[in-house]
Design a protein around this ligand. Structure first.
Ligand code: HEM
Length: 502
């Protein structure tokens, strides 16, 4: 009796175990299906879902943009989805679909996702990360027209940049051709352009407070942004740590001091920079307006410096690497500048129609070395249909700008650096609307015009004054087809010898 009782109990227990195991598995299956595999909509773009919790993250490797470009070309098409953690992000990989979304359906794609850490630092203010609202739209429009040169005094943006480019050449001259990593000198000059537009003045390269600001901008922030795109947690720890806070304080104290000086000396009839223009605009709004407010001004300034310094500096550093790899091209561009502008005349934007080689070189750099490889993420403001797919409201959307610049259906032999793809049979420069390093649409780069003039004038001044030569001590040229990928694709650090001409 005892035996049959125990076998009955054992059977009951194992049935119970089997049943609860089964129920447990079904529950886990339902949870997994709903949270990790169920598409947000039956017509949501197809894509790569990876593994639970991590999504596609472990599969993206060192350069996510290249891996995603391959998935898009080989399997999923120009509109696909990639699961980042537990978020389904729509990734757009050709010019046509980026244009269809960000330009033709501008209103639906003009917001930004909420990023907890960015929000903690900016309190929701600034120019690059706030989600769209009509009030933010006003601040954006105001900043855009101010940066385009409206309402900031008599000196044009071009004059300011040209003066700073000449200062940079003087700094580079002091190196006397000695092989040097010129990132700090170029970056300081780029930051000075923003100082000139935002503060109405530029600084000596060795001014101690400005130098500190430049180190934060050119070294610390890019390093942290790279970590952020790789290891979000580490970034959070660093930024909330004491040294992290100290770094933010250096930056904000510098800007705060400038705002205070501007409030004291404001001449409403003659605004001379972005801060003056903003303070005057503030007076037209109610003191309770949270957007035309000092806090917003402070964060707008930070965003202009952060968005404008490393991007432009990196592009110029890639230009110099290209010159090292293609010395014959360097000689041809130098000859073009000398023939069309001459030795004594300063380069200006007015000369551009006479400089097809030089302009083709810049456009090819902007295509071949996409700086902000994946742009900045957008967020949909409503349900929207693109090429037969449904993208629901509040979906994160990324433009793979690098994939668009290496699309074999648009660019013949895209992995080849070839400036002649931008020159027609009569030797004229062809402006391409499909080279979109600054993004397109309602959230495209606010500093595009500024950056384009900077790259043109800085580079023209460098090429006219120096022969760009490799470091004779280095066995290899700095790589042109590889670099550090994060938010920004930048070259590995390198030295260059700038040998003064004449
Ligand atoms: C070569 C230099 C530069 C490149 C390649 C570049 C590229 C970009 C890209 C791809 C975006 C995101 C577009 C999108 O979300 O669709 C962006 C946004 C932005 N850029 Fe630039 N940028 C450069 C220089 C500058 C400069 C010089 C400034 C200002 C001084 C600036 C200020 C901004 C701001 C404020 C935004 C955010 C716009 C918004 O969210 O509405 N950028 N930039």
């Amino acid at each position: 009796r005892n035996v049959s009782m125990s076998s009955f109990l054992f059977e009951l227990l194992s049935w119970n175990l089997i049943l609860s195991g089964f129920i447990g598995l079904v529950t886990i299956g339902i949870i997994l299906y709903h949270y990790w595999w169920k598409l947000p909509h039956p017509q949501f773009p197809p894509g790569f879902r990876g593994i639970p919790v991590m999504g596609a993250l472990p599969y993206l490797g060192k350069s996510a943009h290249t891996v995603m470009a391959k998935w898009s070309r080989d399997k999923f098409g120009p509109i696909m989805s990639v699961r980042f953690g537990s978020d389904d992000v729509v990734v757009l990989s050709t010019y046509d679909v980026i244009h269809e979304a960000f330009v033709k359906n501008m209103a639906a794609f003009q917001s930004r996702p909420h990023i907890l850490l960015v929000n903690a630092l900016t309190e929701g203010y600034g120019l690059a990360f706030p989600p769209y609202s009509p009030e933010f739209g006003q601040v954006r429009q105001f900043s855009l027209s101010t940066l385009r040169g409206l309402g900031i005094g008599k000196r044009s943006i071009e004059t300011r940049i040209s003066e700073i480019a000449q200062d940079m050449v003087k700094e580079l001259d002091t190196l006397d051709g000695k092989p040097t990593n010129v990132k700090m000198i170029v970056g300081t000059s780029v930051a000075n352009v923003i100082c000139s537009i935002v503060f109405g003045k530029s600084f000596e390269h060795n001014d101690p407070a400005f130098r500190k600001l430049c180190i934060v901008l050119i070294q610390t922030i890019p390093f942290l942004l790279r970590l952020m795109s790789r290891l979000f947690f580490t970034y959070t720890v660093i930024i909330s740590s004491k040294p992290g806070q100290h770094m933010c304080d250096i930056f904000q104290d510098f800007n705060r001091k400038e705002i205070e000086e501007h409030i004291e000396n404001l001449d409403e009839n003659e605004p001379s920079d972005y801060i003056d223009a903003f303070l005057i605009e503030m007076k037209k709004h109610s003191p309770d307006d949270p957007w035309f407010h000092e806090k917003q001004l402070l964060h707008s300034i930070s965003d202009l410096f952060i968005a404008g310094t490393e991007t432009t500096t990196t592009t110029l550093l890639w230009c110099m690497i290209a010159m090292l790899h293609y010395p014959d091209l360097q000689a041809r561009i130098y000859n073009e500048l000398m023939q069309e502008i001459g030795e004594q005349v300063l380069p200006s934007v007015d000369h551009r129609d006479k400089l097809p080689l030089f302009r083709a070189f810049i456009q090819e750099i902007l295509r071949y070395k996409t700086t902000v490889i994946l742009g900045i993420q957008h967020l949909t403001t409503k349900d929207v249909d693109i090429k037969g797919y449904r993208i629901p409201k509040d979906t994160k959307v990324t433009a793979n700008i690098d994939a668009c610049h290496s699309d074999p259906n648009v660019w013949k032999d895209p992995s080849k650096f070839d400036i002649h793809r931008h020159i027609d049979k009569d030797g004229k420069f062809i402006l391409s609307r499909k080279v979109i390093p600054f993004g397109i649409g309602a959230r495209s780069c606010l500093g595009e015009k500024l950056a384009r003039i900077e790259i043109y004038l800085f580079l023209a001044n460098i090429i006219k004054r120096f022969e760009i030569l490799p470091d004779p001590k280095s066995e290899h040229l700095p790589p042109f087809d590889d670099g550090l990928s994060g938010l920004i694709h930048s070259p590995f650090s390198y030295k260059v010898s700038l040998k003064p001409r004449i």
